[in-house]
Design a binder for this molecule. Structure first.
Ligand SMILES: *Cc1c(COP(=O)(O)O)cnc(C)c1O
Length: 434
């Protein structure tokens, strides 16, 4: 269901999406009046859309022993994490900060998995002490560190080897993680040697396999090839008598940023998992990030002014690359929609933010109904890798985040104040020698 009032009813198969319809509402909340109460720019997430996505995935997983662990880096707001927890979703974390956020939101450590190529000693120790269920280990050095720290705390850590299957995810190079030349995971040859040496790691139960080949993947083939490789390795380990309790298939499921994007159907994706691991008696872990939240969120922004340009007019809006980095970082497309557009003439605009970088561009030559200063726009598909990637560049305060739920809204992050922004900075009054 699309959370908007449209004349053409969406098909049943469409996953939930939040974007303003002709009534200018998302999840029953009027965006014009919301924007009067919350200063633009700000993010708005539809709780209903997120719940529906989770329910759709859970339904597709029916009958499997599966645990969905939301990739916290996609949207780390504690209210979003609380919502995940209320729906039975755990967390896939990549830092101690994400561990603390997840625990703070109520997600039990038993439903947290720790991924990442650069886990530091103190982060591993903290996660062990918290009782994190599983470490996705990416190098022998990390495995040795995990052994040492688990031994020091007199406990046994559960670990999975992150396999680099050398598969092309056919996505943007900057979000591709499963090629041999990428920093992530280890080869099957390397992983084999870890299992052969398992007795050298008595405080680590190496009983899992993990793979994550990239993000915004729009075809089933890369998943089939990656999971096929992992499944072959699992069968080999079984034959050798190594017990595998958990297979983590990572995230990466793509979403529809523009009408030509054709995401794979959830059921088809889960069928690839079912096929690859038919007969596997353990637990399947999934780490979706983007798919659960991207299309549930928008960034609201107002036109500051319309500026003439040599090729076409610029729409200078109050959101910028520091608020939503994806267009600058990945040349990513986001649909941009005026909230209360009247039928009328259309113009092509370059939509830019106020930051002093040419890369601070949300869209080039984008057709929109003719706009004027003060007009409210939504930048759609902004629920993932939006607020979580934001910075203070150009000394712009971090924007507010608002959760919408069936006609109501709650501010789940207030706009940063100037004092918040400079907290921690100080004049050099306390000079020391080192
Ligand atoms: C980023 C990441 C994910 C989530 O990826 P999405 O494309 O957002 O689903 C899952 N697992 C790992 C290890 C990641 O690094």
């Amino acid at each position: 269901m699309i959370l908007q009032s449209t004349t053409n009813e969406p098909s049943e198969a469409e996953p939930a999406r939040a974007e303003p319809g002709p009534t200018g509402q998302i999840d029953g909340v009027d965006l014009q009046s919301l924007a009067q109460q919350v200063q633009t720019p700000f993010y708005a997430y539809s709780a209903t859309a997120i719940r529906q996505r989770i329910a759709e995935l859970q339904a597709a997983l029916h009958g499997l022993d599966a645990l969905v662990c939301f990739a916290v880096k996609a949207n780390s707001n504690i209210a979003v994490l609380r919502l995940m927890h209320e729906c039975g979703v755990g967390a896939d974390i990549v830092s101690a900060g994400e561990l603390r956020r997840s625990l703070h939101a109520g997600i039990p450590a038993a439903r947290i998995v720790f991924s990442g190529v650069g886990k530091r000693e103190e982060e591993i120790a903290e996660a062990l002490a918290a009782g994190v269920s599983r470490f996705n280990v990416e190098s022998r050095d990390e495995l040795e560190m995990l052994q040492r720290l688990a031994h020091a705390q007199q406990l046994t850590a559960h670990a999975a080897v992150r396999i680099n299957p050398d598969v092309d995810a056919r996505t943007h190079a900057k979000i591709s993680t499963g090629r041999a030349q990428n920093k992530f995971g280890v080869s099957v040859v390397e992983a084999r040697s870890w299992f052969a040496d398992a007795t050298m790691f008595p405080n680590v139960r190496l009983d899992g396999l993990h793979v994550h080949i990239g993000s915004q993947i729009l075809g089933l083939d890369p998943f089939k090839r990656a999971l096929g490789r992992v499944a072959r390795f699992w069968r080999e380990l079984e034959l050798q008598g190594h017990e595998i309790d958990s297979i983590d298939v990572g995230g990466g499921l793509g979403v529809r940023y523009r009408s030509r994007d054709k995401p794979v159907a959830t059921r088809d994706y889960v069928d690839v998992i079912r096929d690859a691991f038919a007969g596997f008696p353990g637990r399947i872990v999934l780490e979706p990030g983007r798919w659960l939240v991207a299309e549930a969120g928008v960034l609201l922004t107002r036109v500051i002014r319309v500026k003439p340009g040599s090729r076409r007019e610029f729409l200078v809006v109050d959101a910028a690359m520091n608020d939503l980095l994806r267009p600058s970082l990945y040349d990513a497309w986001h649909d941009i929609v005026p909230v209360s557009a009247m039928p009328g003439p259309v113009a092509a605009y370059d939509i830019v933010g106020p930051v002093c970088e040419t890369g601070d561009t949300f869209a080039l030559a984008r057709d929109l109904p003719v706009c004027a200063a003060g007009d409210l726009l939504t930048i759609n598909g902004a629920g993932a890798y939006g607020a979580s990637m934001a910075s203070n560049y150009n000394s712009r305060p971090l924007v507010a985040e608002v959760l919408l739920d069936n006609g109501r809204y709650a501010i789940v992050r207030r706009r940063q104040t100037f004092d918040d922004m400079i907290a921690g900075e100080q004049f050099p009054e306390d000079w020391r020698s080192a």
